[in-house]
Design a protein around this ligand. Structure first.
Ligand code: TYM
Length: 333
């Protein structure tokens, strides 16, 4: 049996290089494999765990679809849909919320980071968010889930929920326990302003990230201003352990060039950062700027993008509603 892939991206605008290198680029590679079925979800229900402006939100949903397609995911061969249009996701999230334990959710580091100091003011949705994520994955019997490093803990929780459900109801292997697909290298792209912080859309400074919608000039400017250290470029990979910014920039370069870190270190060994930065900006402009042009072009055809979502939702709904019926039977509804 081939692989069944499921993954999701939040439509919160400003998709960035971290989303692309950590996740979307891998979606494309997987979607080109033989004997692999892929489902890519625009997780709009996850996005409303924080406030969204309805008008912008609708555009951000389309922009996420456009990004998938511009990156190389073929909507005819793969299912692309938005979560809110398949009601089984919300329903399964409730049911699995009765399986997951408070203690498990209390350990989720992303909630702690996102809720900040004032946890009392965070939405319940933000807290139970990983349960919805488990519902997404388990409804489709996904065997593999490609994600960036930051989603690892959520996937472990998903596996725990699947196993507890199977044990509680004595239905061995009913839910498939999915394997995370996290790249060995470059699975966590860091901020351009602080090599110890994840590149993120919620970071206030736009200079901290390369957005997939950035112009050539913006890309060049952001790389010029990216934080570095006063030393010349490292001579070997080990030197990078204490140099997070250099490590991140070389990682981005390596990932885009599809080479390993050793090779990039060798290429710029002992040189000035300015020379490396010129090369890095050029690679980014070559790889990311065409993507941004294609996204803009696709966004001009809203009817096409909406049609993809309608067709995707139908296909996803066929699968998810079957699984929900089986869940009902198991529970005794
Ligand atoms: P989201 O929307 O925050 O991010 C989408 C994907 O991008 C990856 N990513 C990164 N990878 C490397 N470096 C970074 N700086 C970086 N920032 C983001 C994320 O790991 C993710 O793979 N909860 C998920 C969405 C989701 C999902 C799912 C994923 C909902 N249901 C089911 C897989 C399966 C999220 O918020 O991703």
């Amino acid at each position: 049996m081939g692989k069944k892939i499921f993954s999701g991206v939040q439509p919160t605008g400003n998709l960035h290089l971290g989303n692309y290198l950590g996740a979307i680029k891998n979606f494309v590679d997987l979607s080109n494999e033989n004997d692999t079925e892929c489902i890519f979800c625009v997780v709009d229900l996850h996005a409303i765990t924080v406030n969204q402006d309805p008008k912008e939100f609708r555009n951000n949903i389309r922009e996420t679809v456009a990004t998938f397609i511009a990156s190389g995911i073929d909507p005819k061969k793969n299912i692309i849909f938005n979560q809110s249009q398949v009601s089984a996701h919300s329903e399964a999230a409730w049911i699995l919320g009765c399986i997951a334990r408070m203690g498990w959710l209390n350990r989720m580091t992303q909630f702690k980071e996102k809720a900040g100091k004032d946890k009392e003011k965070a939405s319940i949705g933000l807290y139970s968010y990983p349960v919805l994520m488990a519902a997404d994955i388990l409804l489709y019997d996904a065997t593999h889930v490609p994600v960036g490093d930051d989603q690892k803990q959520h996937l472990e929780l998903c596996r725990d929920i699947a196993q507890k459900f199977n044990n509680d109801f004595k239905v061995e292997n009913f839910f498939v326990t999915p394997e995370p697909l996290i790249q060995k290298e470059f699975s966590r792209i860091m901020s351009l302003k602080d090599g110890t912080k994840k590149m993120s859309k919620s970071e206030i400074s736009d200079l901290s990230r390369i957005n997939l919608s950035d112009t050539q000039d913006q890309i060049i400017n952001k790389i010029k201003k990216a934080k570095t250290d006063p030393l010349p470029m490292p001579i070997n990979v080990k030197d990078l352990d204490k140099r997070p910014e250099a490590k991140n920039l070389l990682g981005i370069y390596s990932s885009l060039k599809k080479i390993n870190l050793e090779k990039s270190v060798k290429e710029f060994s002992g040189k000035n950062f300015s020379e490396f930065k010129e090369n890095l900006a050029q690679v980014l402009v070559d790889k990311i700027f065409p993507l941004s042009l294609e996204i803009k072009k696709l966004l001009d055809d809203k009817v096409y993008l909406d049609q993809i979502l309608v067709e995707g939702a139908q296909k996803a709904n066929d699968k998810a509603s079957k699984k929900i019926k089986e869940i009902h039977k198991i529970i005794g509804f």
